[in-house]
Design a protein around this ligand. Structure first.
Ligand SMILES: C[S@@+](CC[C@H](N)C(=O)[O-])C[C@H]1O[C@@H](n2cnc3c(N)ncnc32)[C@H](O)[C@@H]1O
Length: 413
């Protein structure tokens, strides 16, 4: 283990994070109250909401800390096997004991150093890897990120979160100020450093000089150490993140939360919205970053650089044996009509519109059987099994999936 990683390990052994235990079975309100990072839902953001089952999917929570994120994923996705790994033995112990106490059966935890290329050699590959607020603490972020990418399936997705240089500027000033007033032995010992940092914050607060944003970051010892005394931390700009991910063999798919990065959210001028919509996704991210001041963490989804879902034409026999999967992040909107109560999958037909962000991909008419096929498409069944499940003629099902693939809404696995 390298010296920086050893220091990071020491820090998170004495000050494990997150420092609070997530409520059992968090409800929507609790998830929402915990901010965007804690509202991520595997089946909403990652797997298409129209999938009904993720049985067999494997997930890695890389740098899971005390396991709040792992628990959140586990309760919402009981059919997904989740491995949580962390450098800190104490954090792994807390994550494990909390999961056991709560009777969670689909998680496992291991102490692992993500900087060690062999550490996960006997695990995976994983369909989904989440690593929130971790890579920017690694002694060599690119090397550690490459190790994670090594464990990703060819069509897997990865979710990452990094500190923003711009939003972190004030915190960086305080980090430097604290280092200036620390004695050598206090720099070596996180407990002693913490005591001095608290005196500094206390003094500034009494003098009325501790600004609101910083005061909000000094509630607990763990938070103070993690925010102001970290043994290894790097902040990023968007171009730096693009370079880092590309060097690690990844392609950024979309920043999160999607609504905040959609120009329609922050521009109300229709002409400017059109101009923003005409930009490339990369240009839109840059524009959003320049206009919105508060991205404390850059959170985004990425896939392997060479992953291109195949929506190519198939012969009839090939098509029946292929598994249709929704292309990640394509939003489907179903409007049903005809008899029945208008609910999805009723006997009447309807329309299916699909979009990728602001871009309208297609809008197609479907009959009632074809609507049932869309509902039966779970990312596991072949076209022929989907047709049987939906009680639909195979020719009609094939025609439907050809149209969806031509519109780039699905690909065949
Ligand atoms: C800020 S915490 C984030 C915890 C969790 N991902 C969350 O969002 O709640 C960073 C975590 O990364 C872990 N970490 C840092 N370096 C690591 C490494 N080389 N290998 C594995 N985990 C590491 C730390 O132990 C710590 O638990």
């Amino acid at each position: 283990m390298d010296d920086i990683t050893r220091r990071v390990q020491q820090m998170y052994t004495h000050f494990p994070l997150p420092n609070f235990e997530m409520p059992e079975m968090p409800g929507e309100a609790e998830l929402a109250a915990m901010g965007p990072m804690h509202r991520l839902e595997y089946n909403f953001y990652v797997c298409h909401p129209h999938y009904k089952s993720f049985a067999g999917c494997r997930m890695l929570d890389g740098g899971c800390g005390t396991g709040n994120s792992t628990y959140r994923y586990a309760v919402r996705n009981p059919e997904v096997e989740i491995l949580g790994v962390d450098l800190s033995e104490k954090s792994v112990f807390l994550a494990e004991s909390r999961a056991k106490k709560r009777g969670v059966t689909n998680t496992r935890f291991r102490q692992v150093d993500l900087m060690n290329p062999e550490a996960l050699a006997d695990e995976g590959p994983f369909d989904y890897i989440a690593s929130e607020g971790v890579v920017h603490h690694l002694s060599h972020p690119l090397t550690g990120l490459r190790h994670l990418v090594d464990r990703l399936t060819p069509d897997g997705l990865i979710f990452l979160a990094f500190y923003s240089t711009k939003a972190r500027a004030r915190v960086s000033h305080f980090q430097k100020a604290i280092q200036l007033v620390l004695a050598d032995d206090e720099r070596e010992d996180f407990g002693k450093g913490l005591a001095v940092a608290k005196r500094l914050f206390g003094s500034l607060a009494r003098a009325g000089h501790l600004e609101h944003e910083v005061a909000g970051l000094v509630n607990t010892d763990q938070e103070i150490v993690d925010t102001f005394l970290h043994a290894s931390e790097r902040c990023y700009t968007i171009p730096e993140l693009e370079r880092l991910t590309s060097d690690a063999g990844l392609r950024i798919l979309r920043f999160h939360p999607a609504y905040l990065w959609d120009p329609a959210y922050w521009l109300d001028d229709p002409e400017l919205r059109l101009r923003a919509a005409a930009l490339t996704p990369e240009q839109r991210w840059h524009l959003g970053d320049l206009l919105i001041p508060h991205h404390v963490l850059y959170q985004f989804f990425a896939c392997r650089e060479d992953y291109r879902p195949s929506t190519a034409e198939r012969s009839d026999d090939d098509l029946l044996g292929a598994v249709p999967r929704f292309v990640p992040f394509v939003d489907l909107e179903m409007v049903t009509s005809g008899d029945g109560d208008g609910g999805f999958g009723e006997a009447g037909g309807g329309r299916l519109a699909f979009r990728d962000g602001m871009k309208q991909l297609a809008d197609i008419e479907l009959n009632g059987d074809q609507l049932k096929c869309v509902q039966a498409c779970d990312g596991q069944r072949t076209v022929s099994r989907v047709a049987t499940e939906a009680g639909c003629d195979t020719a009609q099902a094939s025609e439907l999936f050809r149209r969806l693939a031509a519109g780039k809404a699905i690909y065949f696995a």
